[in-house]
Design a protein around this ligand. Sequence first.
Ligand SMILES: Nc1nc2c(ncn2[C@@H]2O[C@H](COP(=O)(O)OP(=O)(O)OP(=O)(O)O)[C@@H](O)[C@H]2O)c(=O)[nH]1
Ligand SMILES: [Mg+2]
Length: 620
Amino acid sequence: MQVIATAGHVDHGKSALVRALTGMEPDRWAEERRRGLTIDLGFAWMTLPGGERVAFVDVPGHERFVPNMLAGVGPVPAVLFVVAADGGWMPQSAEHLAAIDAVGIRHGLLAVTRCDLADPGPATRQALHVVSRTSLSAVEAVAVSVVTGAGLPELRDALARLVAALPAPGPAAPVRLWVDRSFSIRGSGTVVTGTLPAGTVTAGQELLLTPSLRPARIRGLESLNEPVTSVTGVARVAVNLRGIPAGFPARGMALIEAGRWTLTKLVDVRLSQPPEMTVPPEMTLHIGSARTQARVRLLGPSAIARLMLRDALPLHVGDRVLLRDPGSAGVAILGATVLDVTPPALARRGAAAAAGAELAAWPDLPSAADLLRRHGFLRVGALAAMGVPGGPPPVAGDWLADPDRWAGLRRQLAEAVAAHVKRDPLAIGMPPEAARAALGLPDRALIEALAQGQVQLEDGYLRPPEPPKVLQSGPSLPPRLVAGVRAVLADLAAAPFMAPEAGRLRELGLDPRAIAAAARAGLLLRVTEQIVLAPGTEAEAARILARLPQPFTTAEARQALGTTRRVAIPLLEYLDRAGITQRLPDDRRRLRLTWPHGPHDPLIREIPDERVRGGDPVLR
Ligand SMILES: Nc1nc2c(ncn2[C@@H]2O[C@H](COP(=O)(O)OP(=O)(O)OP(=O)(O)O)[C@@H](O)[C@H]2O)c(=O)[nH]1
Ligand SMILES: [Mg+2]
């Protein structure tokens, strides 16, 4: 099926032609028939010579009803443009054509009607000339009379050719069914109708009704008055909805698929206006069957503008919208292409001009790369809801990133972490949340992905990749700390298990933070917050304890190590945690490991070091 809208000046014979082609009455209202004037949209359909069916959306020509005309033309792919042979080109001919051009409809036919009343030649030539300068460009022209029937077979053939040439939209395209009528049927409930431009709707499917995003399940479907279980656009569709009260839906609302559209009140667009024309600050925006007020802010000297909409609309990047100034004397209709449906705030001075310059270079159908360059980061779902296919693989989770921005951020993160550690050498590292805030990133997962290969993320903190140099002051450890550690190690040289008293540690300036930093740097073995020994002392302890009869008591261990209970008990517990000793139910212990290569076996040096980190509450 295809759907074609009529267009043309009032009284030029649009409805009469639809009636003659379809045998159906497009003027649905008694008032319309009484006045011989179309007020609202009418619907009729026929089967073409080739067997294809075509539905017509018949629009009013009167200037008072232009909004209705726009609601009919908005979602259709093609138009039947009507000019009366005896009327010629008229104001609403021009206005309707401007609207068609603004919406970007590229397919159509010219019907020169009432050819029994006047020579169709002049009207045909004039209309073809004007039409050729619009999105319709070259169209076929057919002269017809509904009174004599002249030209009607030729028009049917031309319609068949037009329909055959129309592009077939994707059956899997996102559904956006603009509501053009809504009514309720006793026993069935709420029904809405619309022109489905693409995609498929199926009975049982759940859609969302904009702008409230109220869920609406399809209870039943009809197309051209016949019940169907599924319809693929282009089609006229009547949808019986469950979950929507009668009287709730209205023209301009849309049924959309969840996650496939961006509901937005703010868009950046490219206007199709010649730059010298002054653009009114307030215009009426039309898309599909919807219309709303738009505040227009030009972004710099180019044709780029930011539109602030009164009502949220479901939009895609690349959508064509129509802007109209109903207050203006002449025809004031502009087309605009949506470039961004979630544009960033223009907070900085000069941001508007910069945004205008950036967007001026974009194509009418921006790519994922364009949008990522502007936004830096986008979730996969957000890009899909913009209607933009493709995009690079995610950098973390469902985050997509602009490749240049990402590379820059990797450098920035390395610098930020290095600066953090330099500022506060005793710090465990930079908390990822601090790095996220410093780099202005939307999600912590991005920091974790950025850290890879650049910065170490250990124990939940970011540190520079190089571990600090042992026993050398420098950028990594302050000289005061290194001096304190040297003094402790000197004390321990004579009695390796006589850990310095708390007072001695205080005197040397080794508070718990400093001790933790020194332990991290491998300068001290931190048994508890208060008990520190020289690195590697645990291996020496293991060697000494290995000489005792197994299992051994705490007192035997204390004696063998030549220390006090103050040190022996926490040291034995430390050795338990490190897996070097095992504590038995009777409180005695035995060595768990044997070292074939003696006490300098690298295993011994590595295991405890790891355990210090794992067991340290400060580091968790
Ligand atoms: N003689 C003659 N009259 C025609 C022909 N086509 C339409 N008319 C008459 O022209 C008048 C207007 O026709 P409509 O079909 O209502 O015009 P319209 O374009 O639908 O008008 P609006 O919907 O109000 O914009 C009616 O009186 C028709 O009978 C034709 O081919 N020949
Ligand atoms: Mg009419």
